[in-house]
Design a protein around this ligand. Sequence first.
Ligand code: GDP
Length: 140
Amino acid sequence: MAVQRTFSIIKPDATKRNLTGKIIAKFEDAGLRVVASKRIQMSQAQAEGFYAVHKERPFFGELVEFMISEPVVVQVLEGEDAIAKNREVMGATNPADAAEGTIRKDFALSIGENSVHGSDAPETAAEEIKYFSSDDELVG
Ligand code: GDP
């Protein structure tokens, strides 16, 4: 498997509880490198655009409100098979289903407040990286 880049967000429930460092340590321990990172306050328009694929879902409004409730850390992670590896380190969407040692098992509060986002495929990774980062922010 080739070296890939994937997009990651440390979500408001985690930034609020000061878990940023512990979460990044899990990525780094798994062999993923943070090649871009910034802490931002997401706007409502940014959150709605980012999660547009979910706009018909019943939880859409709640999801957008949550994502703008506190700052988030948007990141690009790089490594061998980074997209799948990141999803593995994150764990299942619902922390009740997440495997031992995953971020969501250790830190998530609920299916909504689940501490991290990670791209699910190469196309979405490329789109999501572009949505939040300019080329000169991908510093390696
Ligand atoms: P992911 O790829 O594992 O993040 O999961 P999905 O793409 O299915 O969902 C995107 C995000 O929407 C999840 O990470 C949750 O934050 C949120 N979400 C998913 N299902 C629910 C739900 O039933 N209730 C609420 N409040 N949020 C949800």
